[in-house]
Design a protein around this ligand. Structure first.
Ligand code: OFO
Length: 174
């Protein structure tokens, strides 16, 4: 069983991953309604990834003998001016997530819980990629500016992203 502080932190993060999924789906809808189906696809895949992260944490809590705690998921209240704005918000959200993951890693070490430390290391590495991915698209959309043909070329590229679940469920009986 997890120590109470770690179980609370992982539960908070489980719910925060669900919130991350919400906000990326919200951004995806904005892009879709603004004719950017490729951006919408990229963000939809991002939302699915966040849901997979939440389920991974949910399963880890159960595996360690803790009951996952469900909290209210805040509705996204962002307003977007353009895709630059979308990716500025994406990058700053991922920076917040990185801080939260690092706090969990520090807590796991302090509690001498090496299983949780190993578990959260996957996310420590993942956050490097999450921030880098958001940042590269942000730099690209900033450079593209008002150039519609370049924006559509990037939109086409982003339409190729597919969701691959890195964590097949251990709970499935199939
Ligand atoms: Fe769960 O990685 Fe992004 O937020």
């Amino acid at each position: 069983m997890l120590k109470e502080n770690l179980s609370n932190a992982l539960n908070r993060q489980f719910n925060f991953e669900l919130y991350s999924s919400y906000i990326y789906l919200h951004m995806s809808a904005y892009c879709d309604r603004n004719g950017l189906k490729g951006f919408a696809n990229w963000l939809n895949v991002q939302a699915q990834e966040e849901l997979a992260h939440a389920m991974h944490m949910y399963e880890y809590l159960l595996e360690r003998g803790n009951l996952p705690v469900f909290a209210d998921i805040k509705a996204p209240d962002f307003k977007y001016n353009n895709v630059i704005d979308v990716f500025e918000k994406t990058l700053s959200h991922e920076q917040i997530v990185t801080g939260r993951i690092n706090e969990i890693a520090t807590m796991a070490l302090k509690e001498n819980d090496h299983s949780s430390y190993m578990f959260i290391q996957w996310y420590v590495n993942e956050q490097v990629e999450e921030e880098a991915n958001a940042d590269i698209i942000l730099q690209q959309v900033k450079q593209i500016g008002e150039n519609t043909s370049m924006l559509y070329a990037l939109d086409k590229e982003l339409s190729t992203r597919v969701f691959i679940n890195p964590f097949p469920s251990k709970l499935s009986t199939n």
